[in-house]
Design a protein around this ligand. Structure first.
Ligand code: ZN
Ligand code: ZN
Length: 624
């Protein structure tokens, strides 16, 4: 470019094509300001007016510099010189206005193009997709096909993300078929978009098949597949692929890393989380707000509050999501005073709390049994912060009151809600009724919740437990039969524990682990010791008549994970287990005793919060 510049300056009488060549060179190499400067020079000289070869690069430069006034000036000139009918120039205009978010103007420009081609259709569809006007993007695509234009790989790579966001699997499948029928060149971006689309529609198997059949996978394709798993909650698969990717010699990018962190958090795979963190630093990835917040969240959910805080403190700037991540972290650990302190601190730092902040705060109070404080937070939401409570906030307050045994008040609150209550509010009441053994109210709450979400196994299970807990075995049995009839499967409890860089997951009564015999021997030993210490299994919640009750309880997935941990994790290191459901009362008592017998700190993160068991006690103070 330097040499070209020198030559250009030496031309005494510059011709139009020389200007155009320079402008094209500048804009292609990212010197957008220089391109615009030269353009202004062209305008001043009568002999070299800009022409159809100039404008596309000027518009491109304007888009890159987000310079709308310059672009509008150019647009005016394009109309005046009669170049608006030039498909190439108009396409640049569509593209420019779309990038600016001016979807309506872009569409007007598009409509005025007399002879359209695939490229200008692509600009329209990509523009809609860029602005997440997904319905319009798909409609434009259909319209294009109807009019007989041939889609190419860019068309498909633009429209498929829109279909994915709409979650329209049928449309997605049709497009996949179309790609094959029309013989669209299957380039990598097309396959990546197909994978992401199937993933967004929940069709993980098809997505994976496409990925496996792909030749020459780049870091982008690996990342697409990994984040697809992470978005679908298949964190173990995401982890597996992340490790596999490096084994194939493909280097993860910042995007890969950012999509990995939630997976590490979910599996409580702190070692990998730290590796990912270290990897980002070593590779000089920009630890921007999004990445840093993901790190804070990951450390907090792995039980490393101090580390989460360190990352938070080092962040050059923070947004509301970063503050919420910290407040939520304290709540998960039952440190409600810290949560409230940070809530005050965030405001001192000029940050206005939002709806999510209050969800975290009220649940923190709820976990700690601080009803008055929780109610205070809820009230101040609308009074002091001008926020309108949503159904999720009401559900939190119902939970807060319900756990404390104030079931009637919780019920009154639901009835007085200004919004239509959703199933989560009734579900919270139902959960509270189970703890406080209120059969009648529980039954009513269950019916309401199931009316709104008829196939939620959790509600059936809670009601079954309420019946069983109060000795109404016949009712419990009947409900189980209803579930069977409707083919509603109870979500299987699954517990995971990390050892030697590998996450080991167990389900109830699991015997798939290669070392299961050893693990079961250890479990028997634990049961023996527990009984010696006076542990009596609470069998009130178990309904499997065919198997001896206490045996069944001892098979809960967290017990298997605990036995594995005691076998594998060296003395002095806390045993960290995650569970996808709430821990049952019986396992909770067993864990407390085990922490004393084995003199081990056991950390259990269940669906709701962290439990840290130490010397026979739990950090939740049995309130969870
Ligand atoms: Zn259990
Ligand atoms: Zn606990």
């Amino acid at each position: 470019m330097d040499f070209a510049e020198l030559c250009f300056q030496r031309i005494p009488f510059k011709l139009q094509f020389a200007y155009n060549a320079m402008i094209r060179g500048y804009s292609t190499h990212g010197f957008f300001e220089k391109a615009l400067f030269l353009y202004s020079k062209m305008l001043y000289s009568d002999s070299t007016p800009p022409d159809k070869f100039t404008f596309p690069f000027i518009l491109k430069s304007c888009a890159a510099l987000s310079a709308p006034s310059e672009a509008r000036e150019a647009h005016g000139r394009i109309i005046k010189t009669g170049l608006a009918s030039d498909v190439h120039i108009s396409t640049s205009l569509v593209d420019f206005y779309m990038k600016l978010g001016e979807v309506g103007i872009a569409r007007q420009v598009f409509d005025k193009i007399p002879l359209k081609n695939t490229v200008c259709w692509n600009a329209l569809i990509a523009g809609y997709a860029y602005n997440e006007s997904d319905v319009e993007a798909v409609d434009a695509f259909k319209w294009m096909i109807e009019l007989g234009f041939e889609p190419n790989s860019s068309t498909m790579a633009s429209v498929l993300p829109a279909v994915g966001r709409l979650g329209d699997l049928e449309e997605g499948k049709l497009m996949h078929k179309l790609i094959i029928e029309k013989g669209v060149e299957i380039k990598e971006p097309v396959i990546n978009s197909l994978i992401a689309m199937y993933g967004k529609c929940g069709e993980m198997e098809t997505a994976r098949q496409l990925f496996d059949e792909m030749l020459g996978r780049t870091a982008v394709s690996w990342t697409v597949m990994i984040s697809t798993y992470a978005q679908n909650g298949k964190f173990a698969k995401a982890l597996e692929l992340f490790i596999c990717m490096q084994a194939y010699g493909v280097k993860p990018t910042a995007v890969t890393v950012a999509s990995m962190l939630p997976a590490c958090a979910d599996m409580m795979h702190i070692k990998l989380g730290m590796k990912v963190h270290g990897y980002s630093i070593k590779n000089g990835f920009d630890l921007d707000i999004i990445m840093s917040t993901a790190l804070v969240d990951m450390y907090a959910k792995c039980g490393c509050i101090a580390e989460a805080r360190r990352v938070f403190d080092e962040m050059p700037e923070r947004n509301i999501v970063s503050w919420n991540a910290m407040i939520n972290a304290f709540g998960l650990h039952g440190q409600v005073m810290d949560a409230l302190e940070w809530f005050a601190m965030m405001q001192l730092n000029g940050m206005k709390p939002n709806g999510s902040t209050f969800v975290s705060l009220i649940s923190a109070c709820s976990h700690a049994g601080m009803v008055a404080e929780g109610l205070e937070c809820f009230k101040s939401m609308s009074k002091d912060y001008d926020l309108v409570p949503e159904t999720k906030h009401y559900a939190c307050v119902v939970d807060l009151l319900g756990r404390a045994g104030r079931l009637k008040e919780a019920y009154e609150l639901i009835k007085a809600m200004p919004l239509e209550p959703d199933d989560s509010a009734w579900g919270a009441l139902l959960g509270a009724c189970r703890v406080h053994k209120d059969v009648e109210l529980g039954k009513m709450a269950a019916l309401k919740a199931l009316e709104l979400k008829p196939r939620e196994p959790g509600y059936y299970v809670l009601l079954t437990n309420i019946y069983a807990g109060s000795g109404r075995w016949a009712d419990a049995q009947k409900l189980r039969e209803v579930m069977k009839e409707k083919k509603i499967l109870k979500e299987a409890g699954c517990s995971s524990i990390e050892d030697g860089g590998i996450v080991h997951s167990f389900v109830v009564g699991d015997s798939k682990h290669p070392e299961w015999k050893k693990i079961y021997k250890k479990m028997e030993e634990i049961e023996e010791k527990l009984k010696e210490e006076g542990y009596v299994p609470d069998t009130s919640l178990v309904l499997h008549e065919e198997i001896e009750k206490s045996e069944r309880l001892a098979m809960h997935s967290e017990r298997i994970a605990l036995a594995f941990g005691l076998l594998k994790i060296p003395d002095g290191i806390p045993i960290k287990i995650t569970k996808n459901l709430r821990v049952c009362g019986d396992c909770h008592s067993a864990f407390k005793l085990a922490s004393r017998i084995y003199k081990r700190e056991i950390v259990l993160r269940d669906l709701r919060r962290f439990h840290t068991f130490e010397s026979g006690n739990c950090s939740c103070k049995d309130y969870w």
